[in-house]
Design a protein around this ligand. Sequence first.
Ligand code: DGT
Ligand code: CA
Ligand code: CA
Ligand code: ZN
Length: 604
Amino acid sequence: MLNQELAKIFYEIALYLQMDEVAFKPQAYERVGASLENLSQSVDSIYKKEGLMGLEKIPGVGRGIAEKIIEYLENGQIDEHEKLKKKIPVNLEELSAIEGLGPKSIKKLYHKLGVKNREDLESAARKHKIRDLEGFGEKSEERVLKSIEFLKKSKGRFILGFIMPAVREIENQLGRLKETKKIVVAGSVRRRKETIGDVDILIVSDTPRPLMDFFIKMPEVIQVWAHGETKSSIKLQNGLDIDLRVVPEKSYGAALNYFTGSKEHNIALREIAIKKGYKLNEYGLFGYGRGRASRGSTSQILKSIREEVEPRKNWRQIAGTTEEEIYKLLGLDYIEPELRENTGEIEAAKADKLPKLINYSNLQGDLQIQTNWTDGKNSIEEMARAAMEAGLNYIAITDHSKRLAMTGGLDEKKIQKQWQEIDRVNKKLHASGFKFHVLKGSECDILKDGSLDLPDEILSKLDVCGAAIHSYFNLSRKDQTERLKRAMRNPNVDIIFHPTGRKIQSREPYDLDIDEIIKTAKETNTILEVDSYPDRLDLKDEHIRKCVEAGVMLAIDSDAHSVSHLPYLEYGIAQARRGWCEKKDIINTRPLPEMLKLLKDKQE
Ligand code: DGT
Ligand code: CA
Ligand code: CA
Ligand code: ZN
């Protein structure tokens, strides 16, 4: 916690210094902020053990900053930070999260309009006071309002891939207890939604009490919302709410089904149960009267539901130990959790028409990887070895192109030099007996008019030519669609990376006619990417379903900028499953030669 608090302060100092256009120092503070966030040891314990010298070993920390850290440890604040805050007393955390609002705009809004926080900003924008400020305009006023709306909508939800390590940690702690017979995380986590509101954990046990006591006393707990015999609810330090329920073995399937949801899926299942003369709830699937599959009349069932009683007397449990038997007795094929949104899966299950979803172990390669040739952290060889360890057979190195100067994007010369390094790495790996292969690729920038940042003679020599938009997010729908279509029509472009450009909870997608894009992808045999990076996940589930229906092939890539990002592929696969993808719909489930053949099958 301490490291995060300090990181936040250093980021704020950086922003304040940027308001005054101080050179270099802001970047230094940002660097320190980032390295504090990634530190595994608390600065407090480093200081206790090794003093000032210890702090200076943290990347980016020199004498001056080390002294500031000590100041904070001793006084709970940093003098420079306090002084800067006094000069411009605004809520920087709130304001800097607004898309398009940089430090200089924040300063101006404070001086001219007295805007101190998001509420002030919204009211100024609604009163149309912002559009008349120098350097702003009607467009930026609209953008401010849009961004505020967006942030309001996403408040309180967590991005699945970022919070999952914390969820699994809790699952492991509870799973290790001797009272736990079975444990599973249900709810939106099990359905692999992009974001989750809270975590719903289900445990099978005959002795709930010690489990409940352990749960509410875990060191990460900062709030106990409820503490019952079989049901408790807490908040963790990181803000995450967790519900825990303990059920007996015989209700496990029914409880799992109920708490996995979605609510809409549950309601639809319950209606089917009623029509069949059964009753379905979190305790089980019940028939009326004697005999295993006996049924009740609709009025009997409705009466018992109205009374909200636990099944009594004449209702007998006919299923509920497993989810599978519930679906079976309802006349449905088993429905995977990722599909349970009541968007057609129940009808498909009835008609035996559910897709055979791509598996979490089906990927053979990863077609979008950045390295330290641009804004990635690791070398080509490090990425290759990490991918190999993750069980992949090939990766494409796709560093940025020259227009993205801040990433050190590669120009014609530099990319050809990179090819030599890729050849070297391949040779070395093959000499050690590995079958793994590193492909030459690019994340080539799509310019404003839809042309590409590297010449065709370079692009045509790439194994994997990805193209992506990184600028002019605000073009009209027509222009943006035309821009992307033009890029797809380039015969050298194999894949469109992160096709919608959204960032979950921070940036809306650019305005695109997605149906047009899918149509053009089909016509030109261009692959569209499911980007696995947890806050990207373009395409959305509904887009993916459209691609599958149209026969547009997809790639699932990590967009890794470090070896630690490779596990994100799991979330891309989850997204593809939520979009009803089968293995055959994903190009990088194929062995290398077959993948390359499909990739180069471009139509103009
Ligand atoms: P979240 O937490 O907002 O990301 O979404 P969920 O789906 O995890 O929702 P949550 O935590 O409120 O409830 C967990 C599951 O419990 C939900 O997916 C379905 C079930 N459930 C909750 N409330 C109701 C309800 O009123 N009716 C029915 N049929 N099921 C419910
Ligand atoms: Ca939940
Ligand atoms: Ca819940
Ligand atoms: Zn990109």
